[in-house]
Design a protein around this ligand. Structure first.
Ligand code: MSP
Length: 514
């Protein structure tokens, strides 16, 4: 049976329209999900919306509608984005669903039954924007470290005994060196835990928009305890609950990867594992924190009104071009800057020139010079042929290792090195000149190139599903021979199939001069 792979995005707050940051996190997970499916895994890819809490309640109030009507509408925007961006999620969870309420209340009951939750009183600062509690000493110029305003809160509250989990968390980090990526962020997590943990307020009593605390209707669960639980809800847990599914839970839990932005790593790498340990559930295998995008050098913020709409990017530059850009431009894990200049450079350089021209040149030559019939690979490849084919054959192993470390930019860089090798090979062997002098050799050369293009197109499917599909259609690779087991020698392009007139897959982008 195929090995399971369960990957999750954070669930998005519904107080806001989806922007590039949301699309980025989900895109990274989509590429992982598609990659793993092509590599033979049984993948479950989860995304969704985080709909409770004070922030959402306030946003609904401002909009003048009930929180439920408000979340129904905004959650739909996130669902629409998954379609527009061609995300292949298998499930979309909303925290207002019954299956999720059941999971939250079950987690709570377990934590309480084991004595990890007790009633007390919270006195301190709260940032509604971050949905986070802060102590006086954590404030910077009277605001949250994120710059968000804070308000003083004094209310009865249940507390989770987070302070008791310091040693167990550190021991877990020690024995699971791949638990958090990138490494620099893992080090930050470790020093945060080493510096000591305070008990965590896990309920709110001053508003109602949340999952009710079992047995105490005056409280709703703290939105982060509620939100984090979504990952286990969607695994079919609690298995004896209304939507429980023991086989599914067994297959999916613990999750293979929680992808998050750097701002919410602490919740995933400290609080969530502590909750899970306390509830007696296994811990996720890995959490990866990516960086943040700025817009033409400026921080993206509501007050500046400079959020980048992913729908608009896809409309303007093309969906696959946008997907490629976001994962190629910036080392995954670092912060990155979106600029029109960088976007156009990638589109015209990497896509139109390097990959697009290669494929268009080679296929046009086959169409014209070989009467549209794919030539056969040489029985005895030359040293040059062999060097190029070997480079293409070696890609899967390299790319797989990089993708397993979420190093998307390096994986794409390695694929583009082979594209550059192929372009150098075309220039060196000049098939157009062989047409008159040695047509048999021309056929061999074109076949070697088409085979290289086949492997590249198969490997870029996770990032650019539509464009790769068109390339594979053009060289006549059947639908069922596009998975990774067909890479390398086992799936060599046979030759003999008839190809149509090739159409460019990556047009050059010409900027409007007005
Ligand atoms: N609801 C919580 C997550 C709960 S998960 C159990 C939340 N939601 S969010 O909508 O505010 O943010 C979701 C993700 O978007 C985070 O991973 C965050 O890092 C990411 N981004 C928001 N702005 C971003 C950029 N400007 N750039 C890149 N990603 C950013 O937090």
């Amino acid at each position: 049976m195929a090995q399971s792979y369960y990957v999750t995005t954070p669930i998005y707050y519904v107080n806001d329209k989806p922007h590039i940051g949301h699309a980025y996190t989900t895109l990274a997970c989509d590429v992982l999900a598609r990659f793993k499916r092509l590599d033979g895994y049984d993948v479950t890819f989860l995304t969704g919306t985080d709909e409770h809490g004070q922030k959402v309640e306030k946003a609904a109030e401002t909009a003048g509608i009930s929180p439920q009507a408000f979340t129904d509408a905004v959650s739909q925007n996130f669902r629409d984005l998954t379609h527009r961006m061609n995300f292949s999620n298998d499930d979309f969870i909303r925290t207002t669903e019954a299956r999720h309420k059941a999971a939250c209340q079950e987690i709570w009951r377990r934590l309480q039954a084991k004595g990890h939750i007790t009633l007390g009183k919270y006195e301190g600062w709260y940032s509604v924007r971050d949905e986070t509690f802060f102590t006086e000493t954590e404030l910077v110029d009277g605001k949250a470290p994120t710059g968000a305003p804070v308000e003083w809160v004094e209310e009865p509250s249940y507390f989770f005994n987070l302070s008791q989990w310091q040693d167990k968390l550190l021991a877990y980090y020690e024995s699971n060196p791949d638990f958090v990526g990138p490494e620099s962020r893992f080090n930050e997590v470790k020093s945060f835990v080493k510096s000591g943990l305070r008990d965590l307020s896990v309920s709110r009593a001053s508003f109602k928009w949340g999952v009710p605390v079992p047995g105490d209707d005056d409280h709703v669960m703290y939105v982060w305890l509620d939100a984090l639980t979504n990952y286990v809800t969607a695994s079919g847990w609690p298995v004896d609950g209304p939507d429980g599914d023991a086989a599914k839970h067994e297959k999916l839990w613990p999750a293979d990867l929680h992808m998050v932005g750097k701002d919410i790593l602490r919740f995933h790498a400290v609080y969530w594992p502590a909750f899970l340990m306390a509830a007696g559930l296994p811990l996720p295998k890995r959490v990866f924190a990516h960086g943040w995008w700025t817009n033409e050098g400026q921080k993206i913020s509501k007050s500046l009104g400079n959020a980048i709409d992913p729908n608009q990017l896809a409309d303007q530059y093309g969906l696959d071009q946008t997907r490629y850009f976001l994962l190629r431009e910036v080392p995954f894990g670092n912060d990155g800057d979106f600029s029109v200049k960088a976007m156009v450079q990638r589109m015209n350089g990497d896509l139109a020139n390097d990959l697009g021209n290669l494929s268009q040149r080679v296929l046009s030559m086959i169409f014209k010079n070989c009467a549209g019939v794919m030539p056969a690979l040489p029985a005895t490849p030359s040293a040059q042929d062999k060097a190029l084919l070997d480079a293409a054959d070696a890609l899967l192993e390299k790319v797989r290792q990089l993708i397993d470390r979420q190093a998307f930019h390096e994986a794409l860089r390695d694929i583009w090195q082979v594209i550059a090798d192929a372009n150098r090979y075309v220039d060196a062997v000049a098939p157009w000149a062989l047409r008159k002098t040695d047509p048999d050799r021309m056929n061999e050369v074109l076949a070697v190139l088409a085979e290289t293009i086949r492997q590249v197109a198969i490997l870029v499917q996770p990032v650019m599903p539509d464009a790769a599909c068109r390339m594979l259609d053009q060289i006549g690779v059947p639908q069922d021979q596009r998975h990774f087991a067909c890479l390398g020698e086992s799936g060599r392009l046979a030759g003999g199939q008839v190809i149509g007139k090739p159409e460019p897959v990556f047009p050059r982008y010409v900027e409007d001069s007005e």
